[in-house]
Design a binder for this molecule. Structure first.
Ligand code: ASP
Length: 316
């Protein structure tokens, strides 16, 4: 039997109904007991490292998850992390940068409806997550609803729907239906031709720079916010602007402030408010001029992957 470590962290999946709304209150062992079919499928050890709403997650919590995996990496065949859905895509992206060369499945899952309630999606998601954790697929992914999504491409798009996550700018690793998990061919090929040298190369690089911010631009917004964040000690800024990316350059001209911020040592990455198709700074002057001053492009990355990459890059 495959040995799987289940790391529980809270979220709706582990919540109970209270007068203040759903609150994490079910410990890891009880969560597992509610899906008895799992114990026949693999040998599961449970480790509850915290039990919180994922809106309260910080980079320190990502580091706790990474450290937990690092300490016992060679004792298990795979890892399932139960987690709130609200910031699961950030955690998945952060772990994807911090865990280098993982040769085992590291699977995040959660639920839109607590496991304690009628009609919950928690049990199906857990069953599928454990199946993926036993599959031998490599790396960080989210198993949710009918998809297995790379940790670097996942985004929560729905606050209620059971298929709440989408795979952005990449095909999902697999789709799930009542007949099972259907892997994309390239993922299947990779599973079957595992490279031993990569398998041995696992290591955790947990350092992150927390003085990073995402700035969502709105029409007419003044560029002096860059100076504000610089004065507050921020080292990196993701400018989430419009369309193919860039900054306003006419009456409300951001370019001088951008140049000043970059010359002062800030790293500036241009991202977009569009969900799909990513950034192309070469398409319009607003992007060309920003890039010429040293702004970087988020490319096809989600905002979650972009901001966690910036945190990681600035600390490594
Ligand atoms: N607020 C919850 C959380 O992220 C939502 C969920 O888990 O679905 O912890």
């Amino acid at each position: 039997m495959k040995r799987i470590l289940m790391i529980t962290t809270g979220g709706t999946i582990a919540s109970v109904a209270t007068s203040d709304g759903f609150t994490p209150g079910i410990d890891g062992t009880s969560l597992l007991k509610m899906v008895p079919v799992l114990t026949g499928k693999c040998d599961i050890t449970c480790s509850e490292i915290f039990n919180i709403d994922s809106s309260n997650i910080t980079p320190r919590h990502w580091q706790m998850i990474a450290k937990t995996i690092d300490e016992v990496y060679f004792d298990y065949d795979g890892f399932v992390i139960s987690h709130g859905t609200d910031t699961m895509a950030y955690t998945a992206a952060a772990l994807s940068w911090m865990l280098k060369n993982p040769a085992k499945p590291i699977v995040l899952t959660g639920a839109q409806v607590p496991i304690t309630l009628e009609g919950t999606d928690a049990k199906d998601n857990l069953i599928n997550a454990f199946e993926v954790a036993c599959s031998g697929v490599e790396g960080v992914c989210i198993v949710f609803g009918n998809q297995v999504i790379s940790g670097l491409h996942a985004k929560k798009l729905c606050s209620e729907d059971f298929n709440g996550f989408s795979s952005i700018n990449a095909k999902p690793w697999a789709t799930i239906d009542e007949t099972g998990i259907h892997w994309q061919k390239s993922i299947l090929d990779r599973m079957q031709t595992k490279d031993e040298s990569v398998r041995m190369g696992f290591r955790v690089m947990p350092n992150l720079e927390e003085k990073v911010v995402v700035l969502k631009v709105i029409p007419g917004m003044k560029p002096d916010v860059l100076e504000y964040y610089y004065n507050k000690g921020f080292k990196g800024i993701v400018i989430e602007s419009f369309g193919a990316g860039g900054v306003p350059n006419e009456d409300n001209n951001w370019l001088p402030a951008l140049e000043w911020a970059i010359n002062s040592g800030m790293t500036v990455v241009c991202s977009t408010q569009c969900i799909y198709d990513g950034v192309n700074l070469r398409k319009y002057p607003i992007g060309v001029l920003a890039e010429r001053l040293g702004a970087k492009s988020a490319g096809l990355q989600t905002i979650e992957a972009t901001v966690t990459k910036l945190m990681w890059d600035l600390a490594n």
